[in-house]
Structure formats: C-alpha cells, structure tokens
Design a protein around this ligand. Structure first.
Ligand code: MG
Length: 257
C-alpha cells in the first residue's frame, strides 16, 4: 500500500498536470455543438495537449495486449459508455449526449478526467442523467479523506444514482493514477461486501469515475474492440476527476480551484 503514496514532488507534478488538462478539457467542451465530428475533437485534443507541453497518454494505449487506442481522447456518444474512438464520420446532432474522457502526462505525472455534455437541447431525462452522474461524483468525493473507507465513497455514489432510478456500471471502475494511467487500487463506484476493509490514505492519487446508465448497468464491447456500450441501448453519462487524498479531505486537481 505504501507504494500508492505519492511524494511531494509527484504531487506537485500531478497538480500542474491536472491544471493543464482541465484547461484542455475546457477548450474541448466548447466544441460540443451540432455539426462537429468526434474526429475533429480528437485532432484538437492532441493539439491542445501538446500545446501545453504534455503527452497524450491515451494514444497508443493497450498496444501490449491488442490494437492500441488510436487517439488522444475518448469520445463516446449516447449509449456509448466510454472508450469511443474519435471518427470523422460521427457527426454530433442536436439531442446527443457527448462524453469526453482525456488524460495527459506532464512532468512525468498522469492525470485523467471526463465530462458529459448535452449537444444543444436534450431530453429532460438526459439532463437528469447528466446531473445524477455529476452529483454522484461530487458526493463520493465529499466522503474521502485519509482513513475514509472505500465503501463510504462507493455507497455515496451508488445511492445518489439509484435515487433517480439509474444504475452504476460495474464492469468499469476508477483507479490509482500518477506515474501510470492505470495504477492500483481499483475504485469501484458501487458497494459490495468486503470493500469496507480498504481505506484511503493521505498522499494517494485516484481517478474517480462513475459511469451511470439510464437503464440496466450491463455493458458490452462494440465491434471496434474498444467502445463500451450499454447492453440495453440506454443512455449513459460519465464524469471523472483526478483527486489527491489529504488528511482532512481531497484536492481535486482536474478542476479549477
Ligand atoms: Mg480513468
């Protein structure tokens, strides 16, 4: 567990990496309009990351075990949950739900974040879904401090999501982050027995990322080998932030403080 605790130098790197990534994401969110292609968002994401002196860690990810992810950002639409591949053929339309998931390395340190955005006007249910996903992440984060249990986080996320009749994806979870994109421990967003035995510790850095489905929580991988979609075709929303655990709470490094 001690290997999960970051040094002060690493934490400073995470802060700087997160600040720059948040600025990149802010710019990308401005592109969330009808007529824009997800391919354009992909190209812009890489330009922005490199413009900040960063390295797009998603690009080439997974080469050790299969087809590497081809872009700097995951762009997923509607029933696509995560890991959507940007494409010049995928045009955003009024009423779509857009998810931008992006990571970068700066000063050796990786940060990871995601946002869900409505394209133009979306249905009232879709708006509620976005709000539930965002709020569930905030409520989960509010439970974290040094010594807080993993179950405190997961229960807070899950109960907020279920209050609106939505479900939390189980096959994909949050993770430690910093030296690499995906580090231990895994951080599930739903409660199961035994998880109360794990506690957060000061100096840990974690990427917390509830994925919330309007229907059933089951997901499957689409034919492209990357994109996760809901099994029942229902809409999905996703928010993620990179967070440093402190003595009394957290520091969210991928949001403007
Ligand atoms: Mg992540």
């Amino acid at each position: 567990m001690n290997e999960w605790i970051k040094t002060e130098t690493e934490l400073d790197g995470l802060r700087e990496s997160g600040k720059r990534l948040a600025a990149v994401t802010d710019e990308l969110c401005l592109m969330a309009k009808p007529g824009v292609t997800t391919g354009e968002i992909g190209i812009r994401a890489e330009e922005l990351i490199r413009g900040k002196g960063g390295i797009p860690v998603f690009k080439g990810y997974g080469a050790e075990w299969g087809t590497p992810f081809p872009a700097a950002v995951c762009v997923s639409v509607n029933e696509e949950v995560v890991h959507g591949i940007p494409s010049p053929d995928r045009v955003l339309r009024e009423g779509d739900l857009l998810k931008i998931d992006i990571g970068m390395r700066f000063q050796g340190m990786v940060t990871d974040m995601a946002r869900t955005l409505p394209i133009g006007t979306v249905s009232a249910d879709a708006t509620r879904l976005i709000e539930a996903a965002k709020d569930s992440l905030d409520r989960g984060i509010s439970k974290i401090r040094s010594g807080a249990r993993l179950s405190d986080f997961a229960s807070a996320v899950e109960s907020r999501v279920r209050r609106d009749g939505f479900s939390v994806v189980r096959d994909l979870v949050g993770h430690g982050v910093g030296r690499e994109l995906h580090e231990d421990p895994q951080i599930p967003n739903y409660f199961f027995k035994g998880m109360e035995n794990f506690s957060f510790r000061k100096g840990m850095a974690v990427a917390l990322e509830p994925m919330v489905n309007m229907g059933h929580f089951a997901v499957r991988v689409a034919d492209d080998g990357w994109t996760y979609v809901t099994k029942d075709g229902s809409l999905s929303a996703h928010f993620e932030d990179t967070v440093i655990v402190t003595e009394r709470g957290t520091e969210i490094v991928t949001r403007f403080q």
